[in-house]
Design a protein around this ligand. Structure first.
Ligand code: HEC
Length: 187
């Protein structure tokens, strides 16, 4: 027969285990991520965007690929790549596409998988979790043409007859251009 005391012990134990799990995931995980050494790519980002790009505590859309970036002299300028990434997130492109080639035979086609540290400073990452469509991490190397991306986003079946990708012709021309700029930047 469980009494009030047992009930309280149960709640306390639940909270303790839950608290420990949160601490281990966020606390220890954060310390570990902070100690991951910077890759060449991450160092280049740091030179380009300054030290603010080098933090896992950045709020949404900070660091590499944010819609507005702060130059070394403090002025804020619009970054077309970041604007495109924001549209990529808003339109749910990541429901079908990943930006993370898996280390299986498919990376021979999609390109090399990322190294630890490649995503540091990028928030949010759009690595995705479900691949219904080609991985896009290196799509700019396979498909370097802005015109191709514009045409494909407006009417996928005009360039890939059996594509299941929906048309994005409802987007503004400037948004389509930003998306294409983001795609071409993914090398
Ligand atoms: C319903 C799933 C789906 C969604 C959502 C989707 N795509 Fe696609 N996408 C595909 C499929 C399937 C292909 C392969 C056929 C083709 O090329 O159209 C593809 C191909 C592509 C390619 C060419 C890749 C290559 O290697 O040839 C690009 C670039 C692309 N999509 C960008 C986008 C962008 C940007 C968005 C969001 C605005 C988006 N996709 C949303 C399914 C999707």
């Amino acid at each position: 027969m469980g009494g009030y005391k047992e009930y309280k012990i149960g709640v306390i134990m639940f909270l303790a285990v839950f608290g420990m799990a949160v601490f281990m995931t966020i606390g220890i995980g954060g310390v570990y991520l902070g100690s991951v050494p910077a890759t060449q790519l991450a160092l280049e980002k740091q030179v380009h965007y300054g030290s603010s790009a080098w933090s896992i505590r950045d709020p949404l859309m900070k660091g590499w690929n944010q819609p507005k970036i702060q130059k070394a002299d403090g002025t804020m300028v619009s970054d077309p790549v970041g604007v495109g990434k924001k549209i990529f997130i808003r339109e749910g492109c990541w429901h079908c596409h990943t930006l993370l080639p898996e280390q299986t035979s498919d990376w021979e086609y999609f390109g090399a998988p990322p190294l630890a540290g490649d995503f540091v400073g990028e928030s949010p990452t759009v690595i995705g979790s479900d691949r219904k469509a080609p991985d896009l991490m290196h799509v700019g190397s396979r498909m370097p043409s802005m015109a191709w991306h514009l045409q494909h986003h407006k009417d996928p079946r005009s360039v890939q007859a059996k594509s299941i990708m929906q048309s994005f012709d409802f987007l503004e021309t400037s948004e389509l251009k930003a998306l294409a700029t983001y795609m071409v930047s993914l090398k």
